[in-house]
Design a protein around this ligand. Structure first.
Ligand code: CDP
Length: 243
């Protein structure tokens, strides 16, 4: 965030990719893409593409992480070396460690972890293409993969990024907007319950802008939430036809 963008980010109310401020990029979703995982999903927000794989619940390893009366959720977010314009070293960075933690915290409230004492549920997130908003795309992908695995959940989670270009609040930042915009606010929404399970912010926001950001995040989350449900239903009907 910050610095001077090589191109203007907002011209006559339109963004670099032609979107209006409140427009989300096209969203794509598939579940069950990795047969050997307990659950999996591939999610695209525009050119940002994230693969999520869930393993477990399984005996927590190493043993000392196991808790006697609840399960443990572990999340690893990682960017593939080929996902960015400049090759990214495959070694985990501080940024990846931080994103792994916040994605875990965005998901924990919806999983019935108490049903799986001494066990772990492991979520691996691999960013295959990065074009902004990878952490919120990861949240949507992880939520779908968890549901695909059949782990009991209170509801699905949707990640949406909200940003600022000058004084304009915009939805779903692409990489240019993420890198050169004036504010970045990733939000995780549990749509049906009206919960927010993650909210971070860079840049300075007025109270009115924060209220607007939350409203826009819920508006953008609604069709994505419906798509998650339809994608999971489609998966199950597909299984029913096969069996
Ligand atoms: O991806 P997200 O917006 O959640 O996190 P960020 O730290 O705000 O990163 C913004 C964007 O910068 C990412 O989505 C990538 O497109 C890009 N990026 C990159 O190209 N190389 C990195 N090592 C880190 C980020």
């Amino acid at each position: 965030m910050g610095g001077k963008s090589p191109v203007p980010l907002l011209v006559d109310g339109k963004r670099v990719d032609g979107r209006l401020p409140e427009d989300h990029r096209p969203v794509t979703m598939r579940v069950g893409v990795l047969p050997n995982a307990s659950g999996s999903a591939l999610v695209g927000y525009g050119n940002t593409v994230v693969l999520a794989a869930v393993y477990g619940p399984r005996e927590a390893m190493p043993r000392h992480i196991a808790l006697p009366d609840t399960g443990v959720l572990r999340v690893r977010y990682h960017m593939a070396p080929f996902s960015t314009d400049e090759r990214k070293s495959p070694a985990p960075t501080r940024r990846e460690i931080e994103i792994s933690k916040v994605v875990r915290q965005a998901l924990e409230p919806v999983i019935f972890l108490e049903q799986f004492p001494k066990s772990s549920i492991d979520v691996f997130l691999e960013v295959l293409q990065a074009d902004g908003s990878t952490r919120v795309t990861s949240i949507t992908a992880a939520s779908l993969a968890l549901a695909d695995s059949g782990i009991p959940m209170r509801d699905l989670v949707v990640g949406v990024s909200i940003g600022k270009i000058g004084d304009t609040v915009v939805v779903d930042l692409n990489k240019l907007e993420d890198n050169y915009g004036d504010g970045d606010m990733p939000i995780a929404v549990v749509y049906r319950r009206s919960w927010i399970t993650l909210m971070q912010a860079d840049g300075s926001w007025t109270v009115d802008e924060v209220k607007k950001a939350i409203g826009l995040a819920f508006r953008a989350a609604e069709p994505i939430y419906k798509m998650e449900r339809d994608t999971l239903k489609g998966r199950y009907s597909e299984q029913a036809i096969v069996s």
